[in-house]
Design a protein around this ligand. Structure first.
Ligand code: CP
Ligand code: NVA
Length: 294
């Protein structure tokens, strides 16, 4: 069992992972060492603060160990095919988590690894972020709500749309022309019974929303598109005016002054630090759940 896309999980699996995450969060250090002697290999082609630290500290808390493999540390993609890395690392580690550019690379890792592979972000998906987001939504305002996504229909957005569809959380999208979620993601959300609504713009999107979610306009690897994207996203900034008294979600890191203003992010409405903390609890829930199935 792998977590390449959030909808690799069945709805009941997703609920079980969230429940387990909440239990581990509540238990704190009393959770024991369910992953004693287990090792997580963490492959990073891109930088990370939250993903790296949350997985590594999570493994420590669960009694296991994590190995950090940065872009200059291993042969992945340059010097050794992805499939060979998958097979070799599987002979040592009990899980592989990878943050890569091409989604097809995590698919290849998962196809050839003989241990669970967890997607730590690709150019088109970020399912671990969605687990943390759903845990946060469940804690803060519940799934019987509507979240307005304002900004880029990017990797974080696509996984959130799918995860939300799985739990019955409503999503309204306000994305500039040409920067919406992929049609295939929309269709998968529709097949899950709860596709997102599309709004004419940010104001329309937030009008009946209970919370607002945004992410950077220029994702890692898109630096060459920066000027073009900044022009396209004019008018899509989340300000305190747009936010009103709604909770503000952001996966972080934030580019203050671009997709979100400094005062909005610093306001009491921001639940972004809960989202960041919940990365660790959600992933602890996921890894312990996966360990029982491998
Ligand atoms: N949200 C998230 O994945 O953050 P990092 O890039 O710091 O890991
Ligand atoms: N969309 C952002 C998310 C970072 C966690 C990126 O891919 O850079």
């Amino acid at each position: 069992m792998n977590l390449v896309n959030i909808d690799d999980l069945r709805v009941t699996d997703l609920e079980a992972v969230l429940d387990r995450a909440a239990d581990l969060k509540a238990a704190g250090p009393g959770a024991g060492e369910p992953l004693a002697n287990r090792t997580l290999a963490m492959i990073f082609e891109k930088p990370s603060t939250r993903t790296r630290v949350s997985f590594e500290t999570g493994m420590t808390q669960l009694g296991g160990h994590a190995v950090f493999l940065g872009p200059d540390d291993i042969h992945l993609g340059h010097g050794e095919p992805v499939r060979d890395t998958a097979r070799a690392v599987s002979r040592y580690a009990d899980f592989i988590m990878a943050r890569v550019f091409d989604h097809s690379d995590i698919e290849e890792l998962a196809a050839y690894a003989t241990v669970p592979v967890v997607n730590g972000l690709t150019d088109s998906a970020h399912p671990c972020q969605t687990l943390a987001d759903l845990l946060t939504v469940r804690e803060r305002f519940g799934f019987d709500s509507r979240v307005a996504w304002v900004g880029d229909g990017n990797n974080v957005c696509q996984s959130f749309v799918l995860g939300a569809a799985m739990v019955g959380l409503d999503v309204t999208l306000a994305t500039p022309e040409g920067y919406g979620v992929d049609d295939a993601v929309f269709e998968r959300a529709a097949a899950l019974g709860n596709p997102p609504e599309r709004a004419a713009g940010p104001e329309a999107a937030v009008a009946d929303a209970d919370a607002v979610y945004t992410d950077v306009w220029v994702s890692m690897g898109q630096e060459d598109e920066r000027e073009e994207k900044l022009r396209a996203f004019e008018g899509f900034q989340v300000t305190t005016d747009l936010l009103g008294d709604r909770p503000l979600m952001h996966c972080l890191p934030a580019h203050r002054g671009e997709e979100v203003t400094d005062d909005a992010l610093e306001s009491d409405n921001a639940v972004v630090w809960d989202q960041a903390e919940n990365r660790m609890h959600a992933q602890n829930g996921l890894l312990t759940w996966l360990a029982e199935r491998s």
